[in-house]
Design a protein around this ligand. Structure first.
Ligand SMILES: [Zn+2]
Length: 207
């Protein structure tokens, strides 16, 4: 990461309230280990100790224009993210999520079908009781409620569809999707700075 090396920076973890700039506080001064923060009308990353405490506090006078540091680091991160191993990681994560989702849907479907079976048995009991001449208002109410719930669950069950229908059209496109996400990184950073900072911190620690 050229920009960082030139600036004499090291990169640390994100803590505290979300700063306004993606790498603010993630880059550290090599001399005093305090954060590099965006400062001044020129919008440059500078050592915070130097900026607020003066030269006697830290002699690091390095000023890196925000735009140059951000574009340099982002370009390096993007290049790194396009390595096959990260593409594979992304694919594995997506498959895991889809598989978790499918398992969750299976469990839901199983629970719903068990409930439908119990309702069906109950409805039969109510119907039998009514058949023997028992016609209390409570019984009729319970029968109606059970029938309504069963109808709703049966409809839900039919709406679920086969789970593979969701997986199959998605997977072949995975590599292209991943490349789009990476190339779209600047836009993602604007809409989700805190998350991006957390990701940037973890990427930056992998030399
Ligand atoms: Zn410093």
């Amino acid at each position: 990461m050229g920009a960082r090396a030139k600036a004499g920076l090291t990169v640390g973890e994100a803590h505290g309230p979300a700063p306004q700039y993606i790498f603010s506080g993630l880059c550290k001064c090599e001399l005093c280990k305090s954060n590099f923060v965006v400062s001044g009308p020129s919008q440059s990353y500078v050592c915070a100790t130097r900026a607020f405490g003066g030269l006697s506090a830290c002699p690091n006078t390095e000023r890196v224009p925000r735009v140059r540091l951000e574009s340099g680091l982002l370009e390096a991160i993007k290049q790194k993210l396009l390595d096959p191993e990260y593409q594979q990681l992304f694919a594995d994560e997506v498959r895991q999520l889809l598989s978790d989702d499918a398992r969750h849907q299976d469990a839901e479907r199983e629970a719903r079908r068990a409930r439908i079976a119990r309702l069906t048995a109950g409805i039969e009991n109510y119907a039998n009781a009514i058949g023997t001449g028992l016609k209390s208002a409570t019984l009729l109410e319970r029968l109606a409620a059970a029938e309504a719930e069963r109808a709703r669950l049966v409809k839900e069950d039919e709406g679920g569809g086969p789970r593979d229908a969701k997986v199959v059209p998605f997977l072949p496109d995975l590599s292209a999707r991943y490349e789009r996400i990476v190339s779209d990184m600047e836009r993602v950073l604007q809409t989700s700075c805190r998350r991006a900072r957390s990701c940037a911190a973890s990427w930056a620690t992998c030399e």
